[in-house]
Design a protein around this ligand. Sequence first.
Ligand code: FAD
Length: 529
Amino acid sequence: QCAAARLYTEQDPLVILTRDSLQATLTDSTSAWLVQFYSSWCGHCIQYSGTWKALARDVRDWQGAMGVAVFDCALEDNFDLCREYSIKFYPTFKVRALAHVCVYGVRPAGGDREIPSVRQLMVNILQNHTTEERPNQCPELRPYSSVELLPLLGQKSDHFTAVIVEEPQSFTGREVILDLLPYSGLDVRRALSSDRPLLDTLGITALPSVHLLHPNGSHYSLHTEKRLRFFFTSLLRTLPGVHRKTHTNSSVLNPQKEALSAIQDSPPWRDFDRSVVYAADLESALHYLFRVELASHSSLEGDELQTFKDLVTLLAKLYPGGGAVVKLMETLSDWLLSLPLQKIPYQAVLDLVDNKMKISGVFLGAELRWVGCQGSAPGFRGYPCALWTLFHVLAARRHAAPSSLRHTALEAEPAPVLSVMRRYIRTFFGCEECGRNFEKAASSDGAAGISTPEQEVMWLWNQHNEVNDRLAGSLSDDPLFPKGAWPPPTLCASCHEENRGLHAFNQQEVLSFLLRHYGEDNLSRRYAV
Ligand code: FAD
């Protein structure tokens, strides 16, 4: 398949069906499917592919009930199946409700193709399944009545129940129910505004509204800045005890091993505030970077040495707080600049760091001390989390002090933080695959066009969200800190909007938030050495 023909790739959050998988998907699957039959040479399909990917991303958490897929009728291998399914025009959409495959639209145009309409179609199909046809994991989407819900008030339970009360024609409640499908610890139900006894008992005056029944028996209205799907979903996902289901399976399979390793390996939990950046994380990242990651290279020369020197310069000039870290980086930077050597043994760097530490007192702690980057179990978060944080902080500092790199080798770089980060990740970061992905994104996704500190801050933010999006629900996703679009509304409500039914970020608000969040004033020294 030539590159031009690949409208969809494995990186997209949808299933690319092949001749072998189409039949099985449409006949044996336990979930419903929405399949776009397209042709990679058709102009409409090319134009529409961005919308289809955005839809797939938007409903990715609904997969257990209904998946989104594509099938390319331009591939010779697929000709006969497209004929069998009577695909005459492109794109053609077919819904596979469990008992049958039906055409929902041939070349749907205009509003029918827009994301909110397709999403509502998906909800309607799932809600209108007969019991036998209902996908295994499809949640209950019908409205509950006050007769069913009011007896739950005051009851203790092992999970939260969220009741979303809304107008009958609103889809928000059902969309939130489906968004929370892969999460445990929470049951979401929909109720209608026409149910007076419910509204009166719960004291609901504005719609849509979320009423939360706590496991301890108390109940209250959930406050969100905006009454939008994204706000409700984000808030409900972060309730204590609400986790993505992916990881619970492993502890079910091997509970003793998990419990044992948790006791043996877990450092004590440190309470922290998600709206703050912790110096302890940045210093632990540097500790790991200098003493473990770089130390695996016995000597540095050529590009490696240049990258190392530039990193040290960046840290000397931009690391916030001007404390011991900056002093050490300045010493290291001066030492590196004064060296005429083309190759330096890494042990010499370590010796210098140790000597300097002895003279100046404390610098890098003798242990890793994750705070905002703590994981719920060994193996989650930690170093990669703190490394992202470090580069976000450096980008924000460069914005605050644009002339700080004057008279350094980085002065002429249009995006110095990103340039050093790219080279560091490519050269030294232990996760090779991550480095490849990051480099691919940076070389294809406009990084070359960055010319201002604002663009640098925003590019990093956007790229980090792309990674979050790709990894959401994967094995590296800590169930206690599920990955998703960041910052969540709890950190920045004004960063979020809805644009033609789809969640959107307000870029200006995001920039202001990032500069504040990663700025010097938001750096806490709690838990730092
Ligand atoms: P992280 O994603 O590490 O985020 C750390 C903190 O940054 C969060 O707690 C939050 O406070 C903040 N944050 C989150 N999103 C944003 C944002 N958009 N902008 C600003 N701040 C934000 N793992 C893979 O499996 N595959 C990869 O391809 C991969 N690529 C990586 C590339 C880089 C450059 C790095 C540094 C790491 C990469 N990782 C990859 C690791 C992965 O991205 C996470 O760092 C790791 O899984 C830990 O995740 P976390 O939940 O602690 O949050």
